[in-house]
Design a protein around this ligand. Structure first.
Ligand SMILES: [Zn+2]
Length: 118
C-alpha cells in the first residue's frame, strides 16, 4: 500500500495542473513541499509562502480524509499559488480577493475556515 504522503503529492500535482491550465506561468514554480505533521491539532493546515511549504495535520485525515484531499489541500496550495502569481496578499490572513478568485476558478467555494473534528 502506498503511503498517505504519496497520495497527497499526487493530489497536489493534480491541483497544480488544473491551475496551470488557467495560469501557464505557474509551470515556472516548483510544487510546494508538503509535510504531514502529527503536531497540528487546531488547524488542519497552513502554508508558509516564502518557503514554498505546506503543513497538513496528519491526524485530521482519520475522520476527514475526503475533505483534506478535496478542500484543505487545494485551499493551502492556492495560498501558495496566490503568492507565486500576485505576491503578498492584500489581506493579512491571506484570504484576500486574489485567493478567493483562485478558489472559485479552481471550483471551490471561497470559504476561509472549516470546521472539522479530530
Ligand atoms: Zn487559508
Amino acid at each position: 500500500m502506498k503511503s498517505r504522503q504519496f497520495y497527497v503529492e499526487i493530489q497536489r500535482d493534480k491541483v497544480l495542473k488544473t491551475l496551470s491550465n488557467i495560469y501557464p506561468q505557474l509551470a515556472r514554480f516548483n510544487p510546494p513541499e508538503i509535510v504531514l505533521s502529527n503536531r497540528l491539532t487546531k488547524c488542519a493546515g497552513y502554508n508558509i509562502q516564502e518557503q514554498n511549504l505546506i503543513h497538513l495535520g496528519n491526524k485530521f485525515f482519520q475522520n476527514n480524509s475526503l475533505e483534506m484531499f478535496a478542500v484543505i489541500l487545494p485551499h493551502e496550495i492556492i495560498h501558495q499559488v496566490d503568492y507565486n502569481l500576485f505576491g503578498y496578499s492584500d489581506k493579512r490572513c491571506g484570504h484576500g480577493s486574489n485567493w478567493r478568485m483562485l478558489m472559485l476558478q479552481y471550483g471551490l467555494p471561497a470559504n476561509p475556515y472549516h470546521e472539522m473534528e479530530l
